[in-house]
Every structure is written in structure tokens, then in C-alpha cells.
Design a protein around this ligand. Structure first.
Ligand code: F6R
Length: 361
């Protein structure tokens, strides 16, 4: 049942502290500052030189997040939309690891991409929520995100758990492949260990409902981010459009001037995602849209209060590691989408035309 919540989506958003605890359970040695995945011993990925993620929708956004992290660790990593990859696969050699990211483990586009990769000789690894799903049978290896069943069509808690599981997997891969344990891993793992509590704080204190109320009935809703926050912007827009039926788009902040800015008016609220110092550049893009009359909503750590004072609204997140902050920002955006759709009276758990698992191309 919905345990008293009006929708499964809201219940699942609120389950995230617990689902994240399950995802990280036993996988972080905080004292030693180490990742420990029972499925993959240290050295399991020492032959891997490049990583290709294949996935769709929300899982693709989690994959983009992970690819940005691995790239920052000096690895060759790309996130491909599985449907495109199946038609036009990237080159593969014996050092290529293909990671299929799929909540359901049944998505046809993702399965097709896996088959192409396997036939070309890649090592294949499934990251999924569903034990015994098709993808686990098709891939050489599996890592389970352990988020528990997700009923709402819109993926929420599984995105957070995917990002965390992929962060841990990425740390294992980067360490094995490069042969060095990064000194910075300890603070990242501490951030992940604190994440369930930090998500709880967002849930307890969120001002998302009031912001959704204030921005009711606009023409379009835009979401901007850079680096890993780009994937959070894309995810924010996907969630918003699929459950509210309002037009929403996510952009890389750098993309704005190259076309989308033409769409910006006083009737197009723009959300900006800031996860840490490195993202402060997005502020100049936000000031640009504000000068054209667009309402600006910034999701940013509470400590950035003075930097984001120019914004019309601030959705604060607790202090965290920048690579973890994207997950917290996404929780705020999940709540904005939920409340926007709720005010519009949409069938939140079963949006029109969509299915929880898309088993045809
Ligand atoms: C969006 C959503 C979809 C799925 C996509 C992939 O909220 O749920 O975009 O993320 O259909 O599904 P999985 O992860 O099951 O492969």
C-alpha cells in the first residue's frame, strides 16, 4: 500500500533515506576509506581501460552522472542512450567494459545494446534493481542497487540508488584500472555515508511545494547544470514533464547561448543546479535569463546563500561532498515536480501513455 501517502511517488521519494541505506549497506568501509563490493574484489577491473554506459531515460541520467565522475578520474567513459547505441555501437575492444543501467532490467533498448556489445566481445555488467531480471541473465556480471520495489511510473528512489551504486562501482573501476587509490575517496565515501541523513533533512525542510505553487501555469520550465549537475538538470526536466504534462527541458548551462536562450521570457521559470564551487559559473547564465525576465530558482548548498541571493527562489540542500550534492539537489527537484503535478490534478503514479517498463523498441 501507500502507507498513508496520497501517491506511490511521494511515498517512494520519502523512502529514500532507507533505500539509500540499503544501497550502501556493507559497501563502504568508512574507517579505512575504502569501497568494498562483495561482487567485485579489488583488482576485478584491472584490465578495464574504457567504460561505456548504456541506458534510457532516468537510468541514462544516472549513467551520465557516473560517466562524468569516471572522466574526472582520468578514465575514458561515455554514457550512450541505449536505443542509439544498439543502432550505432561505439568501438569495443578487450579492455572495454559495457555497463547496462536499468531499474527494471527489462528495457528493450537497453537489452539490444547489451546484446550488440556482448556480440562484439565486450565484458558486460548489469546495474539493476531487479534480481533475476532479463539484463542479469544477458550480462556477465551484476551489481544490485537494492532500492526496493518502485511502483510509481516516475523513477525516484531508484535514480538516487543508481547514482550511489555507480559511484561506488566507479571508484572500484578507477582504482583497479589506474592502480592508484585516490586520496580524495575518503571524503566522497563520508559524503555517501551521510547521504541518508542529508536526504531526510531535505525531506523534512523542503520549501518545494511553495515554489511549485508560485510558478503555476507558465509556458515552459527550463533546468540548467554543468558537469554532473547537467545530468541532474536533465533528470529534473524529465520528471517535471512526465508527471505534470507541462513543457520542460534540461540544458547544459553552456548550451544556453547557442539557441535555447531565444525561448526565455518572463513566462519560463529557469531552475539552476549548483553542487559546489565548480558550478558557480552557472550563476552568470542564470543572471542572463533573469535579465530577460525569467523567474530564477536555484538549488544550491545552504552555505551559498549570499552567492544565490540574486535568485527569486532558493531550494537549499545540506552541506555535502559536491559529487553527492547532485543527489540532494535532485530530491528537491523531485518534490517540485510532484507538487506541480499534484496542483494540476495529474494521475501522478500512472502518467498517460507511459509504462513502468518499456519492453518494446
Ligand atoms: C522516468 C522513467 C523512465 C525510465 C526508462 C528506463 O521517470 O522512469 O525514463 O527511466 O524507461 O527504465 P529502466 O531503468 O527500467 O531501464
Amino acid at each position: 500500500g501507500k502507507s498513508g501517502y496520497p501517491h506511490f511517488m511521494l511515498k517512494e521519494i520519502h523512502e529514500q533515506p532507507e533505500s539509500l541505506r540499503q544501497t550502501i549497506h556493507g559497501r563502504i568501509e568508512t574507517l579505512a576509506g575504502k569501497v568494498s563490493l562483495e561482487e567485485f574484489d579489488a583488482g576485478a577491473f584491472e584490465d578495464v581501460e574504457r567504460v561505456q554506459f548504456v541506458s534510457m531515460g532516468t537510468s541514462h541520467h544516472a549513467s551520465m552522472y557516473a560517466a562524468a565522475q569516471l572522466t574526472a578520474r582520468g578514465m575514458t567513459a561515455n554514457a550512450y542512450m541505449a536505443g542509439e547505441y544498439a543502432d550505432c555501437p561505439a568501438p569495443i575492444d578487450e579492455h572495454t567494459l559495457v555497463v547496462a543501467v536499468t531499474q527494471s532490467g527489462e528495457t528493450a533498448d537497453t537489452m539490444n545494446a547489451v546484446r550488440r556489445a556482448r556480440d562484439a566481445g565486450a565484458r558486460t555488467l548489469a546495474v539493476t534493481n531487479v534480481v533475476g531480471s532479463s539484463v542479469t541473465r544477458e550480462c556477465d556480471e551484476s551489481l544490485f542497487i537494492r532500492a526496493g520495489p518502485e511502483i510509481g511510473v516516475a523513477a525516484t528512489k531508484t535514480f538516487s540508488s543508481q547514482v550511489v551504486a555507480l559511484t561506488l562501482l566507479g571508484e572500484r573501476i578507477a582504482e583497479d584500472s589506474t592502480g592508484v587509490q585516490r586520496a580524495a575517496v575518503r571524503s566522497l565515501l563520508e559524503g555517501l555515508a551521510d547521504l541518508p541523513g542529508d536526504v531526510q533533512q531535505v525531506l523534512d525542510e523542503s520549501n518545494a511545494e511553495g515554489i511549485a505553487d508560485a510558478l503555476y501555469g507558465c509556458d515552459s520550465y527550463f533546468f540548467l547544470g554543468r558537469g554532473p549537475a547537467h545530468s541532474v538538470a536533465l533528470e529534473g526536466a524529465l520528471k517535471f514533464k512526465e508527471i505534470s504534462y507541462e513543457h520542460a527541458e534540461g540544458f547544459a548551462a553552456s548550451e544556453l547561448k547557442h539557441g535555447p536562450l531565444a525561448l526565455v521570457t518572463e513566462n519560463t521559470p529557469v531552475f539552476g543546479v549548483i553542487t559546489g564551487e565548480d558550478d558557480l559559473k552557472v550563476i552568470s547564465n542564470l543572471k542572463e535569463v533573469q535579465a530577460r525576465g525569467a523567474p530564477v530558482i536555484v538549488v544550491a548548498p545552504a552555505s551559498f546563500e549570499s552567492e544565490v541571493e540574486f535568485a527569486d527562489y532558493h531550494l537549499p540542500i545540506p552541506e555535502s561532498h559536491p559529487e553527492v550534492a547532485g543527489i540532494l539537489a535532485n530530491v528537491q527537484l523531485q518534490l517540485v515536480s510532484y507538487h506541480a503535478a499534484d496542483q494540476l490534478g495529474r494521475p501522478i503514479d500512472k502518467p498517460r501513455n507511459l509504462a513502468k517498463s518499456v519492453t518494446v523498441e
